[in-house]
Design a binder for this molecule. Structure first.
Ligand code: KG4
Ligand code: ZN
Length: 336
């Protein structure tokens, strides 16, 4: 292992503290600590998130090293999420990575979180071939990305307002479900009829998405029904969840299909927290059969925020000798 490229990667952009070890491109560990505390506030509280990252980052890193049977002194470089995300949370990971790298006299690698979500598709086999398209759907972003090589990608479509994950979470909230509501909608949707209720779908030009109209349409419909029958939500929860999920998934898939036609690319990936959604996964599979696409879906542990995706991106950046300056700092926004 003496000449092996051994990276530690840190992810702390939102409410997951995560560390991963990657050896010559193979992920050896991926430890994720999820901050459950935010559920009771109905969303992520940035101040609490930063504090919890401070508390958990050392044990999470120790566990990642231990699970991979790697000692700190063996590390070649340290990769960290530089942007986008909550600034206080990002700073914890960036400062930790820089301090540890300084102590070990090794370089750091700054990674863009959204690029890393796309490259989560390169962690395990089978891997897509270049060029491929990736629908990245998370709590903060909805993007269609064309990826021509590991570090050469461009956003060809995105949401002009809410992200798909927000659409799931906000819809869940108005049904009285706790945060994050996406996984709960997914769970109840499996028991309901996706055609029970119909909600407005946007008609945006090109490859852009919009979810704020859908949210309003769901809100007005539910409010009107609850006025007539106060038990409406409880009596129709499964059908409501199935119909909401069907609407969001249909909006996503229509644009993805348009992107495939426009680019003539048939290698199609999904990524981000919402790619854990069963309805989206099933829709991707059935579109792939119908339109002759080859589809790729990351393992569940690589869908929501995780450091393994930072590690794989860091690995490609390492191969390009793309290191971060020591005065590089975290940034809430990114231009990717
Ligand atoms: O990628 P991610 O972990 O964090 C961000 O970078 O935002 O995505 C979190 C989002 C949340 O909105 C959550 O509700 C959604 O992913 N999500 C799901 C499912 N699992 C997570 N949405 C729908 N169905 C799921 N199974
Ligand atoms: Zn994310």
């Amino acid at each position: 292992m003496s000449n092996a490229i051994i990276l530690l990667a840190i992810e702390s952009s939102c409410d997951e503290t995560s560390a991963s070890i990657i050896v010559d491109g193979d992920v050896k560990s991926n430890i994720i600590y999820t901050q459950e505390i935010h559920a009771k506030y109905g969303g992520v509280v940035p101040e609490s998130a930063s504090r919890l990252h401070m508390k958990h980052i050392v044990p999470v890193v120790e566990e990642a090293l231990q699970k991979a049977s790697i000692k700190k002194q063996q590390l070649t470089a340290i990769a960290y999420t530089q942007a986008p995300g909550l600034i206080g949370s990002l700073l914890v990971g960036a400062c930790f990575a820089k301090s540890m790298a300084q102590a070990l006299s090794i370089p750091t690698i700054a990674v863009n979180h959204m690029q890393a979500h796309v490259l989560s598709n390169l962690i395990a086999d089978p891997k897509p071939q270049f060029p491929f398209l990736c629908l990245t759907v998370s709590g903060g972003h909805t993007q269609i990305v064309q990826c021509d090589s590991p570090l050469n990608m461009k956003v060809i479509g995105q949401s002009i307002d809410d992200a798909a994950g927000e659409a799931f979470d906000k819809s869940a909230k108005l049904l009285g479900l706790p945060y994050p509501g996406g996984p709960l909608i997914d769970k109840y949707a499996a028991l309901g009829n996706p055609k029970a209720f119909t909600f407005a779908q946007p008609n945006l030009p090109e490859l852009n998405f919009s979810f704020s109209g859908v949210k309003t349409s769901i809100l007005y419909f539910v409010q009107a029904e609850v006025k007539k029958n106060e038990n409406f939500i409880a009596e129709n929860l499964n059908d409501l969840c199935a119909s909401i999920q069907y609407t969001i998934v249909t909006i996503l898939m229509k644009k993805l299909m348009q992107a495939c036609k426009q680019t003539n690319i048939k290698q199609v990936c999904i990524a981000g927290g919402v790619s854990a959604n069963k309805g989206l996964r099933e829709a991707l599979i059935s579109y792939s059969v119908k339109y002759n696409w080859q589809y790729f879906i990351p393992d569940f542990e690589y869908c929501t925020d995780n450091a393994a995706m930072i590690a794989i991106t860091g690995y490609y950046k390492y191969l390009n000798q793309d290191f971060a300056a020591m005065d590089e700092t975290a940034s809430a926004r990114s231009h990717f």
